[in-house]
Design a protein around this ligand. Sequence first.
Ligand SMILES: [Zn+2]
Length: 139
Amino acid sequence: MIEKPDCIFCQIASGRASAARITESAHALAFMDLFPAADGHVLVIPKTHYENLFESDEETLADVHLLARRVALAMRHALAPDGMMMFQLNGVAAGQSVFHYHAHLLPRRAGSELRIHGRAKADPARLAELAARIAAALA
Ligand SMILES: [Zn+2]
């Protein structure tokens, strides 16, 4: 497994940094975004370091997105949002801020302001509660 020591998502994947983890698969990990754009904002990452869509290998990418779908279904059940955004950013010009591939799952409420990144760090207790609720709803 490729790891970049100064990469925060590599640190989360290896357990050297903490996160409100939801679940994982062979090549992917889902956890709560520490700076959520909305309540329930989830990130799904490959366990191996890939900077972006162009670097990732197909097997890992497929696994990340199959896990994202599984988690999205659980989020829909646990959080009952009006809609769900899934997006992924490549490069500074596209708004990428952590240079380890990640898919965003963002629950949307009708009429709420559209943001892709949060500005404030979330309450860790709230993130742990949401992660547990989503994990309990996994099929
Ligand atoms: Zn990384």
